[in-house]
Each structure stands twice: as structure tokens, then as C-alpha cells.
Design a protein around this ligand. Structure first.
Ligand code: GDP
Ligand code: ZN
Length: 334
């Protein structure tokens, strides 16, 4: 029940956000004759740079540039309708509805209690969030994985847990046990031996993926493994600066295999969950759902409440201690 509630809340929040964004909206309406001359086309945003946006015409390799003005709310992965003028410049007409969005929240530390957060979208229409965690160096930390699981669920993005460095240690059975019953795929890989790389590719085929995880776990190595073996068809974009030098944008979408994409954008690898209201955190721990329905208090935080059935199930080992520890840590994080 809580599970459903949580998901519906997220869906509603996403819809509300989409409506609000549409209201503050985008571009100017074209008149009919202009539209006849420059017909509407649909494309995917594959690069966001300081002064322009790169749009790839759907189902082609054609990439157009559009002026960035008035479109700060467009991120890599967004689908847009646009027209192209005589000079081959794209003009965005509107941003199309998103099926998912990954958002970073920036909190005002002084006012965190008042939940004064600003939202900053990082990527849109992501199908799968690969939560990368290493079996060793650094050790597997459920706390990090759990944060990412929540953040992805908030953005309606499916998770995949990917345990790296299987050449150093393998604790897959332990990690599988920790997330058993949560319907989260877990795989084990090594970029050193190639173990599991084919399985990872199969899971990401035909999808838009992002890689997230703590620093040092092997995200860059994995992205490199996927993108260097195949020709990258949507290349990293260079932007000419006033001095004639080239600076490289870091918001990009790679096609590592036909119709299979990786979005890599500043901040996306380590975005987090600090903005979730404490009293809603519990709805993201779906392994608590069953016990939570039996708690005496409807709004039980499963923290200090007497005869809390979630805490009882932790004691009975029905709920994993590491998962409960993650929850308590997030609940009390400043
Ligand atoms: P990121 O910070 O998550 O992007 O991690 P990196 O990809 O930069 O990797 C961090 C370190 O782990 C580097 O020294 C890599 O060479 C090493 N590393 C990455 N993948 C593997 C692996 O599969 N096995 C081993 N043994 N080391 C790895
Ligand atoms: Zn409780």
C-alpha cells in the first residue's frame, strides 16, 4: 500500500512539475505561413552548451544547433519539436512531455529545516539508472546504493545495480540477498577481465542510461568500455570560445550502439536525495511496506516509536539490518 502511495505521489509530483514548466513555457508560437515554410520536426537534445543546444533529428544522424536563449529548462535527453530555417539553424517550438527526469536538489543549508530547495534538472527521458558500486576498493556500501535507489524512483527511472571490480572480490550473493524481493536487477562486472560486460550491454540495449555512484567505483571505466568498443555516433561537441580555443561541453549523450544511449552530464554521477522530506523517506524502502502496515501509528517513522513492527521485523531478521541502518542514517542526516 505504501509502495503504491509513494509511486503515485512521485507520479503526481512529476505531472505537476511538467504542467508548471509548460506554463512558464517555451518559445513562441509560429504562425501558419512560417510553419509551412519550416515544418515542425521532432528531435532529441544530445548536447547542452553555454550558447547553443544540439538537437538530433529523430531516427537520423542529423544534428542541428539551436539558440540556447529562453530554453534553460531543456536538458540532455529532452525531446523537442523544432523547425529549421534557411541557414540550417534550429528553432525550438516546444519541449515534449517527459517520461522521466533526473533532478538535483540544491538545499539552502541554513534553512534546510524549512526545506528551501532549488531544483535543477540534469537529464530527461532516462530509462535506466545504473547504480555502480564496487565489491572492493571502495567496499560495497548499501548506504550509497540506497540513496541512489530513492533518487531514481523519484525521477521514475528504473534502477539496475551493477557491482564492479569482480576481479578483486565477489560478494554478489550477499548483495542479491540484501535487495531480494525488491525486483531490482543486480549484475556483477569487471572492466579488467570483461566479466559481465556482455550482460550489461544486453540490459542497456535500446535504452537511454545514466551511470551513477560514489567516486572511484568504476563509472568512467564502464562508460569507456561501452563507448570505445563501438563508434560513438553522437560525438562530444566542441564549442568555439572567443579566444579561438575549444572548450568541451560536458553535457552529452552518446550512442554506444544503435538506439542505445548513455547520458553523461555534470553532477549526474553523484546526484543525491537530500531534499526528500524525512517523513516520506520510509515510503521508498519497499522492504518495510509489509511491516509498516502493521505499525500502531499511521505516521510511524520506525525510529523510536513503541512496538514499531518495522523495528520488530529488523530484530527478527525479516528486514535486513543494513537496509534499516541506511534508512535511519538518511532519516537523521543533517
Ligand atoms: P569513477 O570515479 O566511478 O568514474 O571510477 P573510475 O572508472 O575512475 O575507476 C576508479 C579506479 O578503479 C581506477 O583506478 C580504475 O582503474 C579502477 N577500476 C575500474 N574498474 C575496475 C575493475 O573492474 N577492476 C579493478 N580491479 N579496478 C577497476
Ligand atoms: Zn513503525
Amino acid at each position: 500500500m505504501n509502495n503504491l502511495w509513494g509511486r503515485q505521489q512521485n507520479k503526481r509530483a512529476l505531472e505537476k512539475k511538467a504542467r508548471a514548466k509548460q506554463r512558464t513555457s517555451l518559445g513562441t508560437q509560429q504562425n501558419v505561413s512560417e510553419e509551412d515554410a519550416n515544418p515542425r520536426q521532432t528531435g532529441v537534445v544530445v548536447g547542452v552548451l553555454k550558447t547553443f543546444i544540439e538537437i538530433r533529428l529523430l531516427n537520423t544522424d542529423l544534428v542541428y544547433q539551436a539558440d540556447v536563449r529562453n530554453f534553460s529548462q531543456i536538458v540532455v535527453g529532452d525531446h523537442v519539436s523544432f523547425s529549421v530555417d534557411e541557414e540550417n539553424k534550429a528553432k525550438i517550438i516546444e519541449r515534449l512531455e517527459r517520461r522521466s527526469v533526473i533532478t538535483r536538489m540544491r538545499g539552502d543549508v541554513m534553512r534546510r529545516g524549512a526545506q528551501n530547495f532549488t531544483e535543477h534538472d540534469l537529464a530527461a527521458n532516462v530509462d535506466i539508472g545504473v547504480i555502480v558500486a564496487s565489491s572492493a576498493q571502495p567496499d560495497f556500501k548499501p548506504h550509497f546504493v540506497d540513496r541512489f535507489l530513492i533518487a531514481l524512483e523519484m525521477g521514475s527511472v528504473q534502477p539496475l545495480i551493477c557491482i564492479t571490480k569482480s576481479d578483486l572480490a565477489s560478494k554478489l550473493a550477499e548483495e542479491e540477498a540484501l535487495y531480494a524481493g525488491l525486483d531490482i536487477p543486480i549484475i556483477e562486472v569487471s572492466t579488467k577481465t570483461g566479466n559481465g560486460i556482455e550482460s550489461l550491454k544486453k540490459l542497456l540495449k535500446g535504452k537511454v542510461a545514466v551511470f551513477v555512484g560514489q567516486s572511484g567505483v568504476g563509472k568512467s571505466s564502464l562508460i569507456q568500455t561501452l563507448t570505445t568498443e563501438t563508434e560513438i555516433r553522437v560525438q562530444e561537441v566542441n564549442e568555439k570560445t572567443g579566444t579561438g580555443k575549444h572548450t568541451t561541453t560536458s553535457s552529452k549523450m552518446y550512442e554506444w550502439s544503435p538506439d542505445s544511449f548513455i547520458i553523461d552530464t555534470p553532477g549526474i554521477r553523484t546526484f543525491n536525495t537530500e531534499s526528500i522530506p524525512k517523513n516520506q523517506l520510509r515510503f521508498f524502502f519497499h522492504d518495510f511496506d509489509d511491516a509498516a502496515t502493521r505499525c500502531r501509528f499511521k505516521d510511524c517513522l520506525h525510529d523510536h516509536e513503541p512496538r514499531c513492527t518495522v523495528m520488530e521485523d529488523v530484530a527478527l531478521l525479516k528486514i535486513k539490518a543494513a537496509r534499516y541502518a541506511s534508512y535511519i542514517r538518511l532519516l537523521h542526516d543533517a
